[in-house]
Design a protein around this ligand. Structure first.
Ligand code: KG4
Ligand code: ZN
Length: 359
């Protein structure tokens, strides 16, 4: 099979990113440019969609130019343009997809509309040459789910959060305790000085079978404990952070073991691998808990480098390459989608309103 060189564009949340990737045989990330918008959103304590979309418009041309320059590529060297077409904040998705369409049209290249979650799901095949099938645990600010990755375009969601994503729960907890945004790193830092046993927080849904998770109640329980002790001193904040992080780690560890058991039932002849992706994968306690859970289950644990675990465009370019290998790609009519479940058969957990199923 021949190699393809694909330009990828990612704008679905608060990172404006462009990358050039070659593969699948001699796979190489030729450039991977990311501009984070954290500074624009910090004062609001979270991502503001309208500000995000405007910021993407302002810098995307330059970021694409940098990615092409760093890769040492001209348009002649590019085989296709891939962009995130959803799910995500729709303003940003529109900016990225329309830019990709314009480039594809002007340069006469095929367009690939990539599902952002698929980008996360396939990254480990770029970094670790992983064969199908495998399990993916995606834990970011927008998503918390277990996916069975059977092949390109063949995904089954085994479980998901029924309320907040884990990163979101970290961010809300930080806000509640007066810690800065993004909350994950701030909570982790405080937790290092805390005693995880001083407060007892729930392990939501663990008394139920299945792989779904819930984190909103955990945050509420933490708020109740904090209110009782107001004004909270620094040690109490640290203890609350440690208790919260321990509860999340316990839930993820238990669900990971159950997911691996399910994988073994489905694929008795395949050695199980679990891949973790998303910003929350940066958390050391959670990483250790997941590594142990995989060890105990006799499974391989794969965590791509952090820069490829969090939102980036190399994963979008790589997903584009995987699609190019399968044949014809998208036409120019493809629309941006705020919601786009990877697993169309199993997407009803959060309900499906007028706009279709939520992620
Ligand atoms: O994957 P990501 O960069 O962006 C998307 O949400 O798509 O993930 C960002 C999320 C934020 O909610 C952030 O608080 C969380 O990941 N995060 C962490 C840590 N670093 C980032 N959560 C826990 N511990 C961390 N060290
Ligand atoms: Zn993401």
């Amino acid at each position: 099979m021949r190699d393809f060189t694909v330009l990828g564009i990612e704008t679905s949340c608060d990172e404006t990113a462009a990358a050039v990737v070659r593969g699948p045989q001699n796979a190489a990330i030729m450039s991977n440019v990311i501009r984070s918008q954290i500074d624009e959103h910090t004062e609001f304590g979270g991502v503001v969609p309208e500000i995000a979309a405007r910021a993407h418009i302002e810098v995307l041309d330059r970021i694409v130019g940098e990615a092409m320059h760093e890769a040492g590529c001209t348009w002649d060297d590019i085989d296709a343009v891939a962009a995130t077409a959803g799910p995500g904040l729709i303003g940003g998705v529109i900016v990225g997809l329309m830019t990709a369409k314009a480039i594809a049209m002007a340069a006469g290249k095929p367009l690939i509309a990539v599902n952002h979650l698929e980008g996360h799901a396939l990254t480990a095949r770029l970094t670790d040459d992983l064969p199908f099938p495998f399990l993916l645990l995606l834990v970011s600010g927008g998503h918390s789910q277990f996916l069975l990755v059977r092949g390109v375009g063949d995904y089954e969601r085994l479980g998901t959060t029924i309320d907040d994503a884990i990163g979101e729960a970290f961010d809300k907890t930080a806000k509640l305790l007066g810690l800065p945004y993004p909350g994950g790193p701030a909570v982790e830092k405080m937790a290092r000085q805390g005693d995880a046993t001083r407060f007892r927080l729930p392990r939501p849904l663990l008394d139920r079978p299945g792989l779904d998770m819930s984190f909103a109640g955990l945050k509420t329980a933490l708020r109740t404990q904090a209110k009782k002790l107001e004004p909270v001193d620094e040690q109490t904040v640290a203890d609350l952070c440690a208790a919260f992080q321990r509860a999340v780690s316990d839930v993820l560890s238990a669900r990971t073991k159950a997911a691996l058991a399910l994988f073994r039932e489905r694929f008795p002849d395949t050695a199980p691998t679990i891949v973790v992706a998303g910003g929350v994968a940066a958390n050391q306690e959670i990483r250790t808990a997941l590594t142990q859970a995989a060890d105990e289950a006799g499974a391989r644990f794969v965590a791509p480098p952090m820069k490829l675990c969090t939102d980036n465009a190399a994963m979008i370019a790589w997903a584009g390459i995987e699609h190019m290998c399968l044949g014809p790609v998208d036409d120019m009519d493809v629309s941006p989608r705020p919601r786009w479940p990877l697993d169309a058969r199993n997407s009803g957990v959060l309900g499906s309103g007028k706009k279709g199923a939520k992620v």
